[in-house]
Design a protein. Structure first.
Length: 177
């Protein structure tokens, strides 16, 4: 059996979260605090993400700049190739969207990664639209499933949603992005 590194994406593989760039550059200052609404259980996590993504511009040049400004790890391609050669699979788990994750991975030349995220697409005038707001990415569930298929499972993450999945792996195989 191989091993697997399960990793968050935004803020772990990238320096900056995609949604944070949207908030900083394209959202009016008077919008509600979507994460506070999520913490109060008024909306789900995926609904909070969608509310940020609603402000995603549809201009291809601006989108390209946003993707670049997430600043993915400059050693990502080499690191994933080294992992792959050592018998490790990279499994990316994100409450964001596979729309930008796959674009960033492609731009960096990463070919050895499974992505578990919310499918989406850019809709002119409506931003990045997630395909299913009833489905949220279960990071802990993905870690538990990986543990049934791999000899070793490591986890990397950087935020509160990453705590539960991190606790499923032994401390020596946890990393903070």
């Amino acid at each position: 059996m191989h091993s697997a590194l399960v990793s968050d994406f935004d803020g772990t593989i990238t320096d900056t979260d995609f949604f944070a760039l949207i908030a900083e550059r394209h959202m009016p200052r008077d919008v509600p605090d979507f994460f506070a609404m999520y913490r109060r259980k008024e909306i789900t996590h995926v609904e909070a993400m969608q509310r940020f993504f609603d402000f995603t511009p549809d201009d291809p040049n601006i989108l390209e700049q946003l993707l670049e400004d997430t600043r993915p790890d400059p050693n990502l391609k080499r690191a994933t190739e080294d992992l792959h050669k050592a018998g490790w699979d990279l499994i990316i788990v994100s409450a964001g969207s596979s729309w930008y994750i796959e674009k960033i991975l492609s731009t960096t030349g990463v070919t050895h990664a499974q992505v578990h995220s919310n499918p989406g697409r850019i809709v002119p005038g409506k931003g990045l639209q997630l395909e299913d707001l009833t489905r949220d990415v279960d990071k802990a569930g993905i870690v538990r499933t990986a543990q049934t298929k791999y000899a070793n499972v490591a986890f990397a993450g950087d935020g509160p949603p990453d705590l539960a999945p991190a606790l499923f792996v032994i401390p020596e195989l946890r990393a903070r992005g």
